[in-house]
Design a binder for this molecule. Structure first.
Ligand SMILES: NC(=O)c1ccc[n+]([C@@H]2O[C@H](COP(=O)([O-])OP(=O)(O)OC[C@H]3O[C@@H](n4cnc5c(N)ncnc54)[C@H](OP(=O)(O)O)[C@@H]3O)[C@@H](O)[C@H]2O)c1
Length: 554
């Protein structure tokens, strides 16, 4: 069958001969073209349904002049608009304190999108997208800002028929979360909506960026402050790891295949290693990092998310609460180290000078914004146990760090040895090269899955060797998929909370990390140095080698 790709009309303003707006015609034709040929003409993704188009809406981004908006949010919105597409009339109101006009805002965003978007920026598609961009200047703490914002939103609803639907995105320092939320509620720009609200009325939702608090007390405080204005169903706490295709694929791999799930348990798994390594240092964000450290910045959020997807029980369906219930259940089963255990089961390290990417680099303490005597960890390693039927006695070793030899995030499941190796006693047999099976899920880069297993080396003797079977996303699907922010922004507009952290999930994750923070504050676990470009401090090797195991060298 031959497929004729529809001709995409020009995206202009005004009414087409069909009586629909030109924007509608343009979006519809793009959607048809994508359905037939695959997004961006990628035939490996052809035939994918495009049934996930949200209601017309306006997204309000607080902190729109910042790094997150330039590098992630605006490129993701543009890619969605071009590749998905977004609804007709979709608009963005940027809020910040710089003295910009709408045109200044559009010009800066065009530059940012051209630099970071996945799709090409053409004059035509940019013009279509840019028509929906507006800027409102003001200070987040000034109630007057919200009056102006409310008026602007009402005008946009009228002009672009966005129907009063609003997605508020807090791309600001966490210190502004509370004043912005309180002002949104106080001014009436945002409405509280709960299960008793009319399902047909326009929707208001809010997205906040991690960190959700810096300890359990502040996290609970933030939860309460937000709950005073928004109901839980309106709050979308974003951890972009969950938006990654490879993280969602862990669920697909586990629960859409019969082969592996039966062995994902204590009978077959020896241990699990989760690594999130970065080659870079703090890259000018020393001030932020001094307040955070690796445990808060990576373990409390991203690494615990990875642990939940690999360890949770199968949910009944892929729906917001079913998935999140299972995630919370597994987090509740994790036994955090407490008291004296903290110094045995955790390691905190900080990089000193060394070699990274072939050049000499300085220590963390010489970074801008970092105290000369700082004890903040740039590396953390932990051993956790999950006290439940499936995982009892299977240790989960987690590590994350900056200035490690390379950027890699992976989950490795190391299986037990076979109970009896029959080749052991055969003459001419060499079994020393046979290592246990390992299943590695590479989250980034080189996204994919690898299985290590033993194979017979061809020849007259029975010689075994460990080999790898590899699946690469790129090879199978032609690309690694859209950026995590594309998926998550779209889900928030669609009202699908599955890939966002629920309040009990955030609280439970903090309750696991808090005893470690407390133990570290008591000085039981000193921050130990490690050379830049190494795999972390010697103490991290000791942590796992004490159990007769070794860290992988990914
Ligand atoms: N950047 C990332 O890759 C990343 C990744 C994950 C999570 N996050 C989180 O995302 C959030 C935003 O990060 P970011 O790096 O984009 O922050 P950012 O660069 O500091 O951006 C915040 C913006 O808000 C503006 N602003 C500050 N105070 C204001 C005020 N009182 N009134 C109005 N505008 C004000 C700033 O404008 P001026 O610059 O003009 O002062 C700045 O452009 C943070 O919570 C961060 O932890 C960021």
């Amino acid at each position: 069958m031959t497929v004729t790709t529809p001709v995409i009309p020009e995206a202009g303003e005004g009414i087409a001969p069909t009586g629909q707006s030109l924007e509608h015609e343009y979006l519809y034709a793009r959607q048809e073209a994508s359905r037939q040929t695959g997004p961006l003409g990628n035939p490996l993704r052809a035939g994918m349904p495009f049934d996930r188009v949200p209601d017309a809406c306006t997204m309000v981004i607080f902190g729109v002049t910042g790094d997150l908006t330039a590098r992630k949010l605006m490129p993701a919105l543009y890619d969605l608009a071009v590749d998905h597409p977004l609804p007709e009339g979709f608009s963005v109101v940027g809020v910040s304190h710089r003295d910009w006009s709408d045109d200044d805002f559009r010009a800066v965003m065009k530059e940012a999108v051209t630099k970071s978007a996945r799709t090409q920026v053409t004059e035509e598609s940019w013009a279509m997208f840019a028509r929906g961009l507006r800027y409102v200047q003001g200070d987040f703490k000034d109630p007057g800002l919200y009056v102006t914002l409310g008026e602007r939103l009402t005008a946009i609803d009228e002009e672009r028929r966005t129907g009063g639907n609003r997605l508020f995105y807090l791309a600001t320092s966490p210190s502004y979360f509370t004043p912005i939320i309180a002002n949104l509620g106080g001014s009436g720009v945002a409405k509280r909506q709960d299960i008793f609200s009319d399902p047909n009325e326009n929707w208001h939702r809010v997205v906040i960026e991690k960190p959700f608090g810096r300890d359990i007390t502040s996290a609970r405080g933030l939860i309460q402050e937000m709950a005073a204005v928004f109901s839980e169903r309106q709050i979308y706490r974003i951890d972009h790891y969950l938006g990654k295709e490879t993280v969602q694929n862990v669920l697909a791999f586990r629960f859409a295949n019969i082969l592996f799930e039966p062995v994902f348990n204590r009978s077959y798994v020896d241990h699990v290693q989760i690594t999130a390594a970065e080659a870079i240092g703090v890259e000018g964000r020393g001030g932020y990092y001094e307040e955070a450290g690796a445990l808060r910045d990576m373990v409390q959020s991203h690494i615990l998310q990875l642990l939940t997807v690999v360890a949770m029980e199968p949910p009944a369906n892929f729906d917001g609460n079913a998935v999140r219930d299972e995630k919370v259940k597994v987090l509740r089963s994790v036994k955090p180290p407490t008291g004296d255990e903290v110094s045995v089961k955790t390691v905190r390290g900080q990089y000193v000078g060394g070699s990274s990417g072939g050049r000499h680099v300085g220590s963390y303490r010489t970074e801008r914004g970092v105290e000369a005597e700082s004890a903040t960890e740039t590396f953390a390693a932990l051993k956790l146990e999950i006290d439940n039927w499936r995982w009892a006695d299977v240790p989960f070793y987690l590590r994350t760090g900056k200035r490690l030899p390379r950027r890699v995030t992976e989950i490795a499941i190391e299986f037990k040895k076979v109970p009896h190796l029959m080749f052991q006693n055969m003459a001419g047999t060499d079994v020393t090269d046979v290592a246990p099976n390992v299943l590695t899920m590479r989250i980034q880069p080189d996204e994919g899955i690898a299985l290590r297993f033993a194979a017979k080396v061809p020849g007259p003797t029975t010689r075994l060797r460990t080999v790898r079977m590899d699946f690469f996303y790129g090879a199978s699907f032609g690309e690694a998929g859209p950026d995590a922010y594309e998926r998550l922004l779209l889900d928030a507009m669609l009202g699908d909370p599955t890939l966002f952290a629920r309040r009990d999930e955030v609280e439970t994750a903090w309750s696991l990390v808090q005893p470690i923070l407390d133990g570290w504050d008591d000085g039981a676990t000193p921050t130990v140095p490690y050379e830049s470009g190494s795999w972390g401090p010697r103490e991290a090797d000791d942590l796992i080698e004490r159990d007769g195991r070794r860290w992988r060298r990914p």
